[in-house]
Design a binder for this molecule. Structure first.
Ligand SMILES: *Cc1c(COP(=O)(O)O)cnc(C)c1O
Length: 364
């Protein structure tokens, strides 16, 4: 019988980086108007759901999935308008692809560079994989600080740069010119994370062939498939054939492959939902803009970032009224008193606005 406790054993065996991590916190959202996670609030129409149900009933779940996912990749190619000669690598969500990239490029001393505030998984996955992380602050208005970013690239010589285009949690689309300069000045691989492409006015997919050090990453999570877990990297075969070696063979299951394929056959339905969300984003932006106690930021994503006098108070006030959004206060100095709300259904948005008005009046 060992006298050593599991916790002291874990404490002595685990890597220090793991012990130092804080687990990614997902709050319990049951019963709330859930506007905290950039989900599409809509299911697809019942007829299409019926078609999916039939396909699922007939699926060979006793077999391993097609490791190459050839049929799904064809649908993704068509839906994405992938340029000739460019290839795809599929991930169990794009989070998995961030991890795969970090594992692949993490030579001793290699640096992963990101801008801040941005998607927190870049920094977290650098820590998971033991890669050195360098963060460059954005400008006050959340645009790229190009001079500072180029200086950091010269100084750090990052093997891997992540830029979210549009950015999360700020919602803005960086200047395409500035992004192009960053790609051209980077000695390493630059990954443009286009998680919000369906809500944005620009993409680098058409320019993939122009830059030998560029990959574009997308996910279907924000377009109505968060529960399926499917993302992809797009770029040249020279990169993707190598990265493919690190992909676990069956990372995208039979059911996600099949359901995503069906949904992508009806890509227009999903894009119409995205158009609806964009219209509702405009309305929500205008309503927030009319509130004196709120400063709202322009967004090309399916969420809005806004600033109040006391974000913690407003966050709690909304929660007491049954509305769950994301409190970003404390996450980064530039996000002081900032909150992020996902665009929901018109009804959910109205409930959010009403709860926000009540909260602000009460705290004034
Ligand atoms: C949501 C999000 C992701 C992760 O998406 P999954 O495919 O669900 O893992 C990646 N990047 C950004 C910027 C995101 O906001």
């Amino acid at each position: 019988m060992s006298l050593i406790s599991a916790s002291s054993l874990a404490g002595s065996l685990l890597r220090q980086e793991v012990l130092d991590l804080h687990a990614y916190h997902v709050p319990d959202s049951s019963g709330y108007v859930k506007l905290d996670a950039m989900e599409n609030p809509y299911l697809v129409p019942p007829a299409l759901r019926g078609e999916i149900a039939e396909a699922v009933a007939a699926a060979a779940i006793n077999r391993y999935p097609d490791p190459g996912a050839a049929s799904l990749k064809e649908k993704i190619r068509a839906a994405t308008g992938l340029p000739q000669g460019m290839e795809l690598l599929l991930g169990n969500g794009s989070d998995e692809l961030i991890q795969l990239l970090a594992m692949a490029l993490n030579k001793p001393g290699a640096v992963l560079l990101g801008v801040e505030p941005s998607f927190v998984m870049y920094r977290m996955i650098a820590a998971f994989t033991g890669m050195r992380y360098a963060g460059v602050p954005l400008a006050e208005d959340f645009s790229l600080d190009l001079a500072a970013t180029l200086a950091a690239i010269r100084r750090e010589q990052p093997a891997l740069v992540f830029l979210a285009y549009p950015n999360n949690p700020t919602g803005n689309l960086f200047s395409a010119d500035a992004v192009a300069q960053i790609i051209q000045s980077s000695p390493g691989l630059v990954v443009l994370d286009e998680a919000y492409y369906a809500f944005a006015s620009d993409s680098f997919i058409p320019h993939l062939a122009r830059y030998p050090n560029l990959l574009v990453m997308r996910t279907y999570s924000k377009l109505g498939m968060a529960g399926l877990r499917l993302g992809f990297l797009a770029g040249s075969a020279a990169w993707l054939e190598q990265l493919e070696k690190l992909r676990l063979p069956y990372n995208v299951g039979v059911l996600p492959q099949l359901v995503a394929e069906k949904l992508l056959q009806h890509h227009d339905v999903l894009l119409q939902q995205a158009e609806q969300i964009k219209r509702d984003r405009s309305k929500l932006y205008q309503q927030l803009g009319e509130m004196a106690a709120v400063k709202v930021y322009a967004s090309e994503a399916n969420f809005l970032l806004f600033r109040v006098a006391n974000a913690n108070e407003v966050f709690n006030g909304l929660k007491q009224r049954g509305v769950l959004i994301r409190n970003l206060n404390g996450g980064h100095p530039l996000l002081k008193d900032c909150l992020r709300v996902t665009v929901g259904t018109p009804d959910e948005n109205a409930r959010f606005i009403a709860a926000l008005q009540e909260t602000i009046i009460q705290s004034a």
